[in-house]
Design a protein around this ligand. Structure first.
Ligand code: SF4
Length: 279
C-alpha cells in the first residue's frame, strides 16, 4: 500500500481550529468515523456527479445526464455501505436523494463552464510563512474545477448548503487561500476563486460568489499552519463543545468517555503517526 506523505489540508487545518479534540481522535489516534451527517453525504454525492459532468465537458463528449446521475447514486450508495448516514431536522433518505438530483438538474440548466483546465485536481505544494520560511510539512489542495478564459485562471469551488453564503464567509475562508497558494506554487500564476453554492432551500437556487487572495494571505496561512503544527507537536488538544460542532460529531462517545480524562502530559507522550495530518 502506498504511504501517504504527511501533509496539511484545508479540512485538517479547519478541523483543528473547530475542535482540537476532534482532530485528535480522528488524525492522531486514528479512530475511524462510522457515521456521517446528511449534509456531508449529500455534498460528496453531488460532487461525484459534478466531477463526472465536468470531465465529460473537458473531454468534449456529449453530456449524458444519466451517467452523471449514476455517479451521484453510486457515491451515495458507497457512503451508505461504509458509514451510517445521520438524518436530522426531518431529513430522510428519499428526500435527500431527490434533493441531490434536483440540485444537479438545476446546475445542468446553467451555461456550462468554458475553458476547463482541470477537474478534481490534487495539488501538493510547500507552505511558507510570512517571513518566507518554508514549513516542513506541505499542503494538499484538491480543486473541484479550474478554468481559464481570456488568460484568467479561476478555481471553482462547489458547495451544497441549506442557506445562501454571505460575502464575509467567502472573504474570510481559508479554502480560497489554500487554492490560490496551490496554483501560485505550481503554475507561478495568480488565480481567482469562484464559489458556486447549490442552495437546498424549498425552491433550490444557485448562488455565485467571487473572491481573491494575494501573496500576503498565503504567508498568513503559513503562519497559522506553523502555529497549529507547534500545538499538535506539544499535544495541545482540547474540546470545543457547541451544538454546531457536537451534534454531528462521530466522536461524541470517546469524547465523553476518554477525552476529558486525558491530561496534557498524557497527550504529549502520544506519538503523532505519519498519517495524522492526511486529508
Ligand atoms: S463531541 Fe464536540 S467537543 Fe467532543 S470531539 Fe466532538 S466536536 Fe469536539
Amino acid at each position: 500500500m502506498a504511504t501517504i506523505r504527511p501533509h496539511w489540508s484545508y479540512s485538517a487545518i479547519t478541523q483543528y481550529l473547530r475542535c482540537p479534540q476532534q482532530y485528535f481522535f480522528q488524525r492522531v489516534l486514528g479512530i475511524p468515523s462510522h457515521s456521517i451527517g446528511t449534509g456531508l453525504a449529500l455534498g460528496s454525492a453531488v460532487h461525484a456527479g459534478l466531477a463526472e459532468y465536468h470531465q465529460r465537458l473537458q473531454r468534449k463528449e456529449a453530456i449524458d445526464t444519466e451517467a452523471v446521475l449514476k455517479a451521484f447514486h453510486e457515491c451515495w450508495d458507497e457512503k451508505e455501505l461504509n458509514e451510517t448516514i445521520q438524518y436530522r431536522d426531518g431529513d430522510n433518505r428519499e428526500d435527500s436523494i431527490a434533493q441531490g438530483v434536483h440540485l444537479l438538474e438545476l446546475y445542468f440548466k446553467e451555461p456550462p463552464p468554458e475553458g476547463i483546465v482541470a477537474v478534481e485536481q490534487r495539488i501538493l505544494v510547500p507552505l511558507y510563512n510570512s517571513q518566507g520560511e518554508y514549513l516542513e510539512t506541505p499542503l494538499v489542495a484538491i480543486t473541484d474545477l479550474i478554468t481559464e478564459t481570456n488568460e484568467d485562471l479561476t478555481v471553482k469551488e462547489f458547495k451544497t448548503s441549506g442557506r445562501a453564503y454571505s460575502d464575509s464567509e467567502v472573504e474570510s475562508s481559508l479554502q480560497p487561500t489554500c487554492y490560490v497558494h496551490a496554483v501560485r506554487e505550481t503554475l507561478g500564476r495568480d488565480a481567482n476563486v469562484e464559489y458556486t453554492v447549490l442552495v437546498k432551500t424549498k425552491t433550490p437556487k444557485i448562488q455565485r460568489l467571487k473572491t481573491s487572495r494575494y501573496a500576503e494571505d498565503c504567508g498568513r496561512l503559513g503562519d497559522l499552519v506553523q502555529t497549529i503544527q507547534r500545538a499538535v507537536d506539544l499535544g495541545i488538544f482540547y474540546p470545543i463543545e457547541n451544538p454546531m460542532n457536537c451534534s454531528t460529531c462521530p466522536y461524541r462517545q470517546p469524547c465523553r468517555e476518554r477525552g476529558q480524562s486525558l491530561r496534557p502530559q498524557e497527550l504529549v507522550q502520544l506519538q503523532v503517526p505519519q498519517e495524522a495530518m492526511a486529508c
